[in-house]
Design a protein around this ligand. Sequence first.
Ligand code: DX5
Ligand code: ZN
Length: 220
Amino acid sequence: MPLIAPSILAADFSKLGEEVRKVSEAGADFIHIDVMDCIFVPNITIGPSMVRSLRSYSRLPFISHLMITHPENHVKAFAEAGSDVIEVHIEATQKHVLETIKGIQKLGKKAGLAVNPPTPIQEAFPYLGEIDLLLVMSVNPGFGGQSFMPEVLPKIRKAKDEMERLGSRVPVEIDGGINMENCALATRAGADILAAGTSIFRAPDMKAAIASLRDPGSKD
Ligand code: DX5
Ligand code: ZN
């Protein structure tokens, strides 16, 4: 059964703390927090101060998904704000990938590496023995509510095969357009964590939505 990471980008920002508490009580395993700087992606969301403000609303691990340029300059602030996992994009860190991963781990946090749809998964292979989590994007980052790109699913299998070859076992998160129709596909492809925004926060019943993403058969 996959773990579920609701993406609060789809939540009601006017009462974000309450939304984080509600979704935590509805059975989530993580809180997925999308951070955008309007440079790396064409949108602006939230910074470390919001992460800090949300920390007291849930005991669940916070995944801060940094869609920003020069993330290496900001990981300390997100660590101190209460993130448990800090995900940086391989496309944003380029020659600083290993330093950035090590920097996050030195701060006592888990380091995740995110890969955009156009980026070949092989580019992440050199780091599979170093990271704590691999994030395969199933939309081009920047907005919630986009359509899922099934063409990225083989990337998960390729990464898992490479992990097996290396003898490393890193959980794989998938993020973008995940819903009741495609969640089983993602899980069968090997995804361990499903990040989902619209399909949870826009659902009439959050608890049922999370349960269905975890086990699509359960809703019948
Ligand atoms: C997109 C973000 C995703 C997004 C997911 O750039 O990284 O986390 O908010 O939302 P849905 O599930 O609505 O696509
Ligand atoms: Zn995200």
